[in-house]
Design a protein around this ligand. Structure first.
Ligand SMILES: [Zn+2]
Length: 57
């Protein structure tokens, strides 16, 4: 099953989506995206929010 993170769930207006087989894949992609596009570091709080926003597709 593929997992998907829609950045727009956390950052309204952003249409970035990360897909992966594991939560770890998505967290890595999300951390790189958050840094590049939103200027955010992957703090424990941010990681937790991302984990909660990951859904099975
Ligand atoms: Zn984004």
């Amino acid at each position: 099953m593929t997992k998907v993170l829609k950045c727009g769930d956390l950052m309204p207006g952003c249409d970035f989506e990360a897909r992966g087989e594991t939560e770890q894949d998505i967290l890595q992609a999300a951390a790189a995206h958050a840094k590049e596009v939103h200027g955010l570091d992957a703090t424990p709080e941010l990681v937790e929010q991302v984990q909660r926003a990951i859904k099975d597709e």
